[in-house]
Design a binder for this molecule. Structure first.
Ligand SMILES: [Zn+2]
Length: 203
């Protein structure tokens, strides 16, 4: 989404529960970009756990962030880092864990400035992620995807990729293609900020 004036909202919602695991080992993996980029390299995050949220879900969320941090540091944008926001403050990426019902596992909303830079992003992890005993690994899988949206990635076409839009199994690390997509999002770095110049990457 691009807007010329004021603050825009890029929203990617609905990670649904699905059972359709479709192997496609030889298909290309296409990941759309959401159109914004972060204009600084140290990205802060905050985790807000609601009432009755299992502390294990917080651990799984932290593990998802660590997995992204590791992946980014291994790529060509190694100067990008994910660090906790100072205590009592909200980060660039604000994660809210809520107990709820329904089939929506997570959503991500990113508010952007007129130059296409991200202002802040809000991730909500909810519903059956905590309403059912999904356990650590599924929660981490869901958190990896939603955090990926906050980093500017849309839904992958490849079912084995954690950015695939339907939950179809445990995936505990961003894929190499996810890192390629992140590099395309932050193509301005190092240099003068500009939003992504391509709308998708195919690996
Ligand atoms: Zn998603």
């Amino acid at each position: 989404m691009k807007k010329s004036v004021g603050m825009a909202l890029v929203m990617v919602t609905v990670m649904l529960i699905g059972t359709n695991v479709v192997p496609s080992a030889f298909a290309a993996n296409t990941i759309p970009l959401l159109g914004f980029a972060w204009n600084h390299t140290t990205l802060t995050y905050s985790i807000n756990a609601g009432k009755n949220v299992d502390p294990a879900a917080v651990t799984a969320t932290n593990d998802a962030i660590a997995a992204w941090d590791t992946a980014i540091n291994g790529g060509s944008k190694a100067d990008f880092n994910l660090v906790p926001a100072p205590s009592g403050t909200q980060g660039d990426i604000r994660i809210f864990l809520k107990v709820g019902t329904g089939v929506v596992l997570g959503s991500a909303q990113t508010f952007t400035n007129s130059d296409g830079s991200a202002k802040y992003s809000k991730v909500t992890l909810s519903g059956k992620a905590f309403g059912d005993p999904l356990g650590h690994d599924p929660v981490e899988t869901i958190a990896i995807q939603e955090f990926g949206h906050s980093l500017g990635l849309g839904h992958s076409s490849e079912p084995s990729d954690p950015m695939y839009g339907t939950y179809n199994g445990v995936k505990l690390a961003p894929s190499a293609c996810d890192v390629t997509a992140f590099d395309a999002v932050e193509a301005w770095y190092p240099g003068t900020f500009h939003p992504p110049t391509v709308s998708s990457v195919t690996c």
